[in-house]
Design a protein around this ligand. Structure first.
Ligand code: ARG
Length: 460
């Protein structure tokens, strides 16, 4: 076996299973680009500060660029013998330029190095995820705007409650996703911190310039405390928390799409491109994408709880447990990116079955509150009005009709206060459009919301 970069103190080779068990290269090779980028900034600083000769720094930088080129060509080999991405890259550097490459690790430890790599990685990915979310908000706004005339049943307890504009329903989700963007961008403030130069835990004896490295790498600030810098994983937790909340929002929406696309609801038809079939039942068209995004919410929550549990009870500073921070983070990033992309496409291509939703809102009692309000306007106390309309609904159910079908005579029997204008008051368009209170479902209110969403979108 090849000698380890840390082999000096050892007299025996590592047990093979231990080698495999303690290695992280199987998954942290995903950080190779960030690792090289960080090393380039570090070595530039070492040269500038005179910690190593400028000529050596230049050789190392060239060597790193050669390794980077191989990586980009997919030619870089990783080996479990070199444990993790940091030592694999360093080994390649040594192969490339010889022993002078050994000066790269001056004033640095894998502990601050791995933290740096993850800050670099997450900063990029979070920006990309926020971008995908912004795009989703845009898709929702477009869908809302092109369906401003569509009224759907609004639910509480999954029972028909009051009719609402489909656009209002869609913009409710736009509100959630906007908060998700804000949460991610807020987490980004803590992701955007530079840990390198902290050494293993206590700082370093060399006159490093951490501010310079931060600037080279585009970080807003440096960690002020070296022990905090190497053991902090809050920035990943914040990402995973924001991710969990975001997946929860997607999952709720997915649940509604599964319901809405069922024969029982029939409110929407998802595009063929976003559905799959059954191997046995020829008639089936299943909303798999919506179901799977709903399902994947579980693994994102799991990743959050996994890391919270890893961190609980860890003494300062670095502990090998921290190596367990990566897979859940990678998995969450991939899950979010795919889910957001597919979800936006699914909404964009979704067909609203106008005939069905119109029928649905005509054939229910979701205008009952408005009929009670009508009596209130005629002077009846709300509690009494509620009772009168409750009885009328019961009457309708036994007669097999809806409030719009009740005759004037029958209305007069229920209350002398009813006049012919009641029919206008319970028309579904009236019911929706009288709700123009701030944030309400009336068309004017929804248009105001659309303006606000567009103003928000213009900020990106
Ligand atoms: N592979 C390690 C990790 O992911 C890098 C840091 C290792 N440091 C150490 N002292 N073993 O956490």
């Amino acid at each position: 076996a090849e000698t380890k970069l840390w082999g000096g103190r050892f007299t025996k080779p590592t047990n093979e299973i231990v080698e495999e068990f303690t290695a992280s290269i199987q998954f942290d090779q995903k950080l190779a680009a960030q690792d090289i980028k960080g090393s380039l900034a570090h070595v530039k600083m070492l040269g500038r500060q005179g910690i190593i000769p400028e000529a050596d720094a230049a050789k190392i930088a060239d060597g790193l660029l050669a390794v980077q080129a191989k990586l980009m060509q997919g030619e870089l080999q990783f080996s479990v013998q070199h444990e993790d991405v940091h030592m694999n890259v360093e080994k390649h550097l040594l192969d490339e330029i010889g022993p002078v490459g050994g000066k790269l690790h001056t004033g640095r430890s894998r502990n601050d190095q791995v933290a740096l790599d993850m800050h670099l990685y997450l900063k990029e990915e979070v920006a990309e995820i926020a971008g995908l979310l912004v795009r989703l908000v845009e898709v929702l706004a477009e869908k809302a705007e092109s369906h401003l005339d569509v009224i759907i049943p609004g639910y509480t307890h999954l029972q028909r409650a009051q009719p609402v504009l489909l656009a209002h329903h869609l913009l409710a989700y736009a509100g959630m996703f906007r908060r998700d963007v804000e949460r991610l961008l807020d987490a980004q403030k803590r992701i955007d911190m530079m840990p390198l130069g902290s050494g293993a835990l206590a700082g370093t004896t060399f006159p490093v310039d951490r501010e310079f490295v931060a600037e080279e790498l585009g970080f807003a600030r440096v960690y002020e405390n070296s022990m905090d810098a190497v053991s902090d994983r809050d920035f990943i937790l914040e990402f995973l928390s924001a991710a969990s909340i975001l997946m929860m929002h997607l999952s709720r929406f997915c649940e509604e799409l599964v319901l809405w696309s069922s024969t029982e609801f029939g409110f929407v038809e998802l595009d063929d491109a976003y559905c799959t079939g059954s191997s046995i039942m020829p008639q089936k068209k299943n909303p798999d994408v919506a179901e799977l995004i709903r399902g994947k919410t579980g693994r994102v929550y799991g990743n959050l709880f996994g890391l919270l549990t890893v961190l609980k009870g860890l003494p300062l500073a670095y502990n090998k447990d921290l190596q367990e921070d990566k897979e859940g983070m990678f998995d969450t990033v991939e899950t979010l990116k795919t889910s957001l992309l597919l979800f936006a496409g699914m909404i964009e291509t979704m067909h609203v079955r106008r005939e069905n939703v119109e029928k649905a809102v005509r054939e229910d009692f979701s205008n009952a509150t408005d009929l009670a309000d009508y009596l209130v306007r005629k002077g009846l106390p709300f509690r009494q009005a509620h009772e009168v309309i409750g009885k009328l609904v019961l009457f309708c159910i036994t007669e097999g009709k809806f409030l719009a079908d009740v005759t004037m005579e029958e209305y007069k029997d229920a209350s002398e206060l009813f006049e012919a204008d009641l029919y206008e008051a319970i028309d579904v368009r009236t019911v929706v459009n009288v709700r123009n209170s701030l944030g309400g479902t009336g068309t004017e209110s929804v248009k105001r919301q659309l303006v606000q969403v567009k103003e928000w979108l213009a900020g990106f």
